[in-house]
Write a protein that binds this ligand. Structure first.
Ligand code: NDP
Length: 444
């Protein structure tokens, strides 16, 4: 049995209760096979894959907080510091009731390769809590965030581990966490990214993941002889990634027909209106049911269903495993040209295969949504320099990084005879740099 298969078999037994983690590891290890096979005996002797798939450390802690009625409540907090071979740990904090160790490990593992692909010196980590911010008052959110940081601060620092936002963690939550860190440590340092502009945040960080997704999509299509202007797109989600993906897509001349949230979805034949979406989601913090009030030509549907609409490009920007094999079949039947993943692991493994087998270009999350973490790293650089760059400066660096990421994964796919398999290309390109650094640093 090959070293990759042996490792996967051991992990499947050891972590049988961690399906998301196993799914992510299987995808990555499967695609780096050709690299491992070049030096299999040496890597096996050095337990390279075991060291790669076991986090450096996993911190799990109690987060007590006080609700609006004065009752104490308790959630579980997580920080998985996966790999710091190429730089300080970096990765977001997810606040969502579905959060568990499997999800945090899958996200932390993916983050290693995503961060490597950006070309910037950042390692991989992820964290969060099963706390549900929905329906909570500002004071409840503040109480949770302060108590979360009261434990997390022990393990992070500007040169150690720099968390950021993710699902449920936006500028408000980062602000409360930063305030608490500063209070405990008396240190105003770049320990978190996604900060407000008045206290060390970077211009264009809010837009970065969505904009970056479109920069990479544009480059991928251009290199395949396809012009994006005049095309139609489907977006799922209506959070940070989705909103700015829709904004940039619209600027590039793409008409976005859909968006969604966890209760329903919108079809707008005239193109999703970003200003309306921002008003509902960023200002009023309401459900998508409101959209039709502003745009009477649109349709609102309960449940899920964006992938049944005919369009040229699909941009899943909500959450993991939201595009399954049935959805993939609908996309192919409707002539979809490309899928670019804004969310982390939004496409199930069988759907990825079906799309690729049917000639749909697929840009995987670790490349396509790396703009967020890349701009976070640019925020870290600005904090270290104690300077603020202009929006245009950050945006143009972001665009350069996304175009580079596309070419790195494209070149890696070609080098190993898997032209246009960007999933394999991204995994290999991200892995090679980490492999180099791990080898140079010895067995640790
Ligand atoms: P937000 O919390 O801002 O938005 C998430 C969106 O997805 C919301 O519209 C939410 O709907 C919807 N959603 C969440 N869970 C589900 C579910 N189980 N079923 C259907 N819809 C769901 O998060 P972000 O936009 O920041 O993140 C979205 C994805 O992008 C995540 O996978 C995240 O890990 C990834 N990502 C984010 C980055 C960033 O910079 N923000 C960077 C890289 C990746 P509702 O409001 O109803 O919950």
């Amino acid at each position: 049995m090959s070293y990759v298969d042996e490792t996967l078999e051991t992990l499947a037994k050891k972590y049988e209760n961690q399906p998301e983690f196993l799914q992510a590891v299987t995808e990555v290890l499967d695609s780096i096979r050709p690299v491992i096979e070049e030096n299999e005996a040496e890597y096996k002797r050095d337990a390279l894959l075991e060291r790669l798939t076991e986090p450096d450390r996993q911190i799990i802690f109690r987060v007590p907080w006080i609700d609006r009625d004065g009752n104490a409540r308790v959630n579980t907090g997580y920080r998985v510091q996966f790999n710091n071979a190429i730089g300080p740990y970096k990765g977001g904090l997810r606040l969502h009731p579905s959060v568990n160790i499997s999800i945090i490990k899958f996200l932390g593992f993916e983050q290693i390769f995503k961060n490597s692909l950006t070309g910037l010196p950042i390692g991989g980590a992820k964290g969060g809590s099963d706390f549900d911010p929905k329906g909570k008052t500002d004071r409840e959110i503040m109480s949770f965030c302060q108590n979360f940081m009261l434990e997390l601060y022990k393990y992070i620092g500007a040169d150690t581990d720099v968390p950021a936002g993710d699902i449920g963690t936006g500028a408000r939550e980062i602000g409360y966490m930063f305030g608490e860190y500063k209070r405990i440590k008396s240190l105003h340092e770049g320990v978190l990214t996604g900060k407000g502009l008045s206290y060390g945040g970077s211009l264009a960080r809010t837009e970065a993941t969505g904009y970056g997704l479109l920069y990479l999509t544009e480059e991928m299509l251009k290199c395949n002889g396809i012009e994006v202007a005049g095309k139609t797109a489907l977006v799922s989600g209506s959070g940070n990634v989705a909103i700015y993906a829709i904004e940039k897509a619209t600027q590039l001349g793409i008409k976005v027909l859909t968006c969604s949230d966890s209760t329903g979805w919108v079809y707008d034949p005239d193109g999703i209106d970003v200003a309306t979406l921002k008003q509902i989601k960023e200002v009023e913090r309401k459900r998508l049911t409101e959209y039709k009030k502003y745009r009477p030509n649109s349709e609102y549907h309960e449940g899920r269903g964006v992938w049944q609409i005919k369009a040229d490009i699909a941009l899943p920007c909500a959450t993991q495993n939201e595009l399954n094999i049935d959805d993939a079949k609908l996309l192919v039947a409707n002539g979809c040209l490309a899928v670019a993943e804004g969310a982390n692991m939004p496409t199930t493994a069988d759907a990825v295969k079906y799309l690729q087998d049917n000639g749909v270009l697929l840009a995987p999350a670790k490349a396509a949504n790396a703009g967020g973490v890349a701009t976070s790293a640019l925020e870290m650089s600005q904090n270290s320099e104690r300077l603020n760059w202009t929006f245009e400066e950050v945006d143009s660096k972001l665009k350069g990084i996304m175009v580079n990421i596309f070419h790195n994964m494209d070149d890696a796919a070609k080098k190993y005879g898997m032209d246009k398999n960007y999933v394999a290309g991204a995994n290999i390109a991200g892995f090679e740099k980490v492999l180099n650094a791990m080898t140079a640093q010895g067995i640790c």
